[in-house]
Design a protein around this ligand. Structure first.
Ligand code: HPA
Length: 423
């Protein structure tokens, strides 16, 4: 094996990082020395500097059935993925001969999956100056993950953005905060805040919703009770612009990051004398009285979701035990979804009681339906802010809802971490 020329001297300052280039060059050459290329006798090494700061390398591996062989870049990418990194920051490719070894067409596309157009790619032959180029130069007008957003059915760009910002973007649980509850997000540690407007498809991105006072507009990802959680500090309601599926892109994105559990909170009016303002009510079931369904228009058979036990019995049992230990009273009940945004009439409240509901609210149900389609286990809890219209003398208003949610929020702040810990 002929030793290769040294690391890139480069054609622009931006293209040269002496320390890193020396390491990348050494790693690529080390891999090249181990290449398995008995048929072409053309050994290639590749080294990738990834977003986790590590260098991943690989060599070409040929096969008697020629098309089955592996390029060095593909081997290095596989090492990077199995090492846990996801983004490529710099690439070295070394090969023998006079001409700098450039990645083949297929490998340019492979690199493109994980690299940006301005990612520097240094290509070495044994003699002469290396070619210092970029992915954009090697593969202009490329085809990438963004092209598949529509086909995937959710906002892949949001997923990629979250991944690019967070070194570890795995999520165990999603938490949606209802009216007056957005302060809960500050209890997370190691938290990263990403405003919804940076996340395509997240609440408010249709441009038609105007947000709701008392609701946040950030995604906060952090650690809670030893688990990684994604907190949606505010939701988009059906009543904002008539889109019952408004929460689907956010939930689908976070489910794609690994979440298995969805924790929903809301503010609600009680229909039950034994459930008072300031109390919590865990949902055991719901009535979709708004009659709207977020899965209308979903083309696949996934739309036929079984809604029996849609509020996970095991999670409900878990929360009952936790509340008991904490000395917090936690009643279970049926939640009825009215579209809002107007509050109910007294007659509507009487009807809801006759239908068997224990609380009324303007959210949660569409999110539960979407979540069940996605296979998420759902736990939902209402912070009761008032008695339903006509059941008490208090005047129902959004201001009153926000003010009264504080009491329920304090209890939820104790229950949710214990629930998350037990997941
Ligand atoms: N009705 C509907 N939604 C609500 C109520 C209510 O009485 N209170 C808080 N959210």
């Amino acid at each position: 094996m002929v030793p290769n020329a040294g690391p890139a001297k480069g054609r622009s300052l931006n293209a040269v990082k002496p320390d890193i280039d020396a390491k990348l060059f050494a790693a690529a050459e080390h891999a090249r020395n181990r290449a398995y290329a008995p048929y072409s006798n053309y050994s290639v090494g590749a080294a990738i500097l990834a977003d986790d700061g590590n260098i991943y390398s690989g060599c070409n591996v040929e096969n008697a059935a020629y098309p089955i062989g592996n390029c060095a870049e593909a081997s290095a990418i596989a090492a990077m993925i199995s090492g846990g990194a996801r983004r490529i920051e710099r690439v070295y490719v070394t090969g023998r001969g006079v001409i700098p070894v450039t990645p083949c067409g297929g490998c340019r596309q492979r690199l493109r999956e994980f690299a940006a157009p301005d990612t520097v790619i240094v290509c070495h032959g044994v003699e002469g100056e290396p070619l210092v180029t970029s992915l954009g130069e090697l593969l202009p007008h490329s085809f990438g993950p963004d092209h598949l957003t529509e086909k995937m059915g959710f906002e892949l760009s949001a997923l990629l953005h979250i991944r690019s910002l967070l070194p570890d973007s795995h999520i165990d649980a999603i938490i949606v905060l209802g009216s007056g509850l957005s302060g809960f997000a500050s209890t997370l540690s190691d938290a990263a805040t990403i405003p919804y407007h940076e996340l395509e498809g997240f609440p408010g991105q249709s441009g038609r919703g105007h947000g709701v006072s008392g609701h946040g507009s950030d995604l906060v990802v952090g650690t809670l009770a030893g688990k990684r959680v994604a907190v949606l500090t505010g939701r988009e309601h059906y009543y904002e612009n008539g889109n019952a599926a408004a929460m689907r892109p956010a939930l689908e994105t976070l489910a794609a990051l690994g979440a298995k559990t969805l924790i929903l909170t809301n503010a609600a009016g009680s229909l039950d004398e034994s459930i008072r303002p300031g109390d919590l009510m865990v949902l055991c079931d719901h009535i979709n009285y708004a009659g709207m369904n977020p899965l209308i228009g979903e083309p696949s058979d996934r739309r036929f979701v079984n809604m029996v036990n849609c509020y996970d019995p095991a999670l409900r049992q878990l929360s009952a035990g936790i509340a008991g230990r904490l000395g917090i009273s936690l009643t279970e009940g049926v939640y009825l979804w009215y579209s809002g945004p107007s509050f109910e009439t007294m007659a509507e409240i009487q009807m809801a009681i006759r239908l068997g509901a224990n609380a009324v609210g303007m959210s949660t149900v569409p999110e539960t339906i979407i979540a069940r389609m996605l296979g998420l286990n759902v736990w939902a809890c209402s912070a009761i802010t008032n008695m339903g219209a006509g059941l008490s003398n208090e005047t129902i208003s959004h201001e009153h809802t926000k003010a009264m949610a504080v009491e329920g929020a304090a209890k939820l702040t104790k229950i949710i971490p214990a629930l998350v810990e037990a997941l």
